[in-house]
Design a protein. Structure first.
Lengths: 262, 326
């Protein structure tokens, strides 16, 4: 279980989040929503112990994340950063294998299990035909798939993802979200992700953290968090609710300047 | 070609370069005579040439090249910059300033080495200190600080060259180009190389992860700060040692890691030993050519590493098939 207690995150002259106390439970899939610069990535970094909070604490199984060794954290928390390197001198296979680094037992080679797990993820993310190519030569979407494959090869109990769908085509976006819900539902994983797509957030997440400006936030399940009024305030843009079957879609309200199809 | 077979091949090339370095020179020695002199030291002139002149020189060249390649490989991954070389901390400028000052005031060779060491340590401490002082340091600040400090040191070097008497300038220029003519006993350098290699190798796997960036590496379980500090230390000691043996030999530390990567060794567990072997072999061959091709005239080896290194790198870059990593 991952927990924050009175968490405060701030930059000089700007408070992003203040007094955040949440318990992230196994099996939950969280969507973190908010405007640009509202502190979504900063909070994700704090959860992953990649950033020291200004006040409060982040606990993983009742231990302060800052006190857990990097290696032990690496086995339990997997992070997909919003911006990861494009420069990597090795092949796609080398890259995916690095997801196994926190589990590696030998300093000088990978175990058969590491190789097998990486190979499975390479297959799952349709990278088999690319796995001997240099990572740097991939397209943006292919690179994102390799990052996702490395993350799943890491087999963490907590997934922290910053805009995991960027650059991916529609089928792979859905594949990432489906896999994450399976890891949460069947594997008891905790998933926390920054998303900008309200449809996918509503469809695949069961908990929502809305980050407003000036340190305010709200937390809740779908029926509380996802209302047109709430989301309109969150993004500073009017939204309209459209019911499609059992699903509720939030569309940006039409303003002048759009195309008129005749 | 498997990676293990590749390393065996590189070892073989390194041995061949050493043998070539022992055989070639102003007095050519046949392989048979060379072998005889090596197993039966003492007595004749050939044995004296091999044991007293060539072996120390060849071993100095090998250790110098290996140290530069090791430092270059480490700097490139630590700074995540393919243009990083062993001298980014102002090590070359600092050492050069110390040695040039020693030459200017007519200090003895031993004192010159001491001054060079002091200069290199001062310069690298300055660069590292300045970029650490700002707190949350990053590779870019380190690189930029190094470039700026090196520029300042270069200005001071030019001043010394202007002030120096005509007779001393040639020796200074040889040193600045990189010249193994003054190399002494190579064994201390080999000891340094062995220790640094043994210290760095256990972190080779972590270096692969470090290449992904500091934050990602941390999330994958690498204790980034302490490992980076240790490896910067290793790279700095390697660079200082190399500079004290052969002056500021250029291009080896920059080009050799790229050469080895282009051979298919991107994984640092193979890249480090590969770079050490290729760096040593490359500088040994270059020095052999520099001192024997136009004998009795001897060129500073730095001229040759540049003349050989530039076209090799350009050729490899042009031929590089971006689609195939192995």
């Amino acid at each position: 279980m991952l927990r924050t207690d009175g968490l405060r995150l701030a930059y000089p002259g700007q408070t992003l989040i203040d007094g955040l106390s949440i318990e992230f439970q196994p099996g939950q899939v969280w969507a973190m929503l908010g405007r640009n610069g509202s502190g979504k990535s900063t909070l994700l970094h704090a959860l992953a112990a990649l950033r020291q909070p200004e006040a409060g604490s982040v606990m993983l199984h009742d231990a302060l994340v800052g006190n857990v060794s990097r290696r032990a954290l690496g086995r339990q928390i997997g992070v997909l950063l919003q911006e990861e390197t494009r420069e990597f001198w090795g092949s796609v296979r080398d890259y995916v294998l690095l997801g196994r680094y926190p589990h590696a037992r030998s300093l000088f080679g990978w175990s058969a299990e590491d190789e097998r797990i990486a190979e499975n993820e390479i297959e799952a993310w349709h990278l088999a035909g690319l796995c001997n190519r240099s990572f740097a030569s991939l397209s943006g979407g292919e690179r994102q798939r390799a990052r996702v494959a490395a993350l799943f090869a890491q087999r963490p109990a907590v997934y922290l993802l910053d805009e995991p769908l960027q650059h991916l085509d529609l089928a792979h976006q859905v594949a990432v979200l489906e896999r994450l819900s399976i890891e949460a539902r069947n594997g008891g994983a905790i998933v926390v992700m920054v998303l900008h797509d309200l449809l996918f957030a509503a469809r695949y997440c069961n908990r929502f953290l809305l980050l407003f400006t000036e340190g305010r936030f709200s937390v809740g399940p779908a029926d509380e968090a996802l209302t047109a009024e709430h989301l309109g305030e969150l993004y500073g843009f009017p939204l309209v609710l459209v019911e499609a079957g059992s699903e509720r879609l939030f569309l940006p309200a039409r303003r002048s300047g759009g195309m008129t199809h005749v | 070609m498997s990676r293990a077979a590749g390393i065996v091949l590189l070892s073989l090339i390194a041995v061949i370069s050493v043998v070539a370095g022992l055989a070639a020179g102003s007095v050519p020695i046949t392989i048979a005579k060379l072998f005889y002199a090596l197993v039966q030291p003492g007595g004749d002139a050939v044995s004296d040439i091999v044991w007293k002149l060539r072996l120390p020189r060849v071993l100095a060249a090998f250790s110098c090249g290996a140290l530069l390649a090791l430092a270059g490989t480490l700097m490139q991954v630590l700074l995540r910059n393919p243009l990083a070389d062993p001298y980014v901390f102002g090590i070359s400028g600092g050492a050069a300033l110390g040695v040039m000052f020693g030459m200017l005031v007519g200090a003895r060779a031993f004192a010159q080495t001491g001054l060079g060491l002091a200069g290199a340590v001062t310069a690298s401490a300055l660069v590292f200190g300045l970029s650490l002082r700002a707190g949350n340091w990053n590779p870019y600040r380190l690189l930029l600080t190094g470039v700026v400090v090196a520029a300042g040191l270069n200005a001071l070097l030019s001043l010394i060259l202007v002030l120096a008497p005509q007779t001393a300038v040639k020796g200074m220029l040889y040193w600045l180009m990189g010249d193994l003519g003054y190399a002494g006993n190579p064994l201390p350098a080999f000891a340094v190389l062995a220790v640094l290699f043994v210290v760095a190798m256990p972190f080779a796997a972590a270096m692969n992860v470090l290449a992904l960036g500091r934050m990602k590496a941390r999330s994958l379980g690498v204790a980034v700060g302490s490992i980076e500090l240790l490896l910067f230390g290793v790279a700095a000691v390697a660079a200082v040692t190399a500079v004290l043996i052969g002056g500021t030999v250029g291009f080896v530390g920059l080009i050799v890691p790229h050469l080895v990567r282009l051979m298919g060794f991107a994984d640092h567990r193979w890249l480090l030993p590969g770079s050490v072997l290729v760096g040593g072999g490359f500088l040994t061959l270059a020095d052999t050519v520099a001192r024997s091709a136009w004998a009795p005239l001897q060129f500073p080896v730095g001229v040759l590493t540049a003349l050989l290194g530039v076209p090799i790198l350009l050729l490899l870059l042009a031929r590089r098939n971006n689609d195939v990593a192995h």
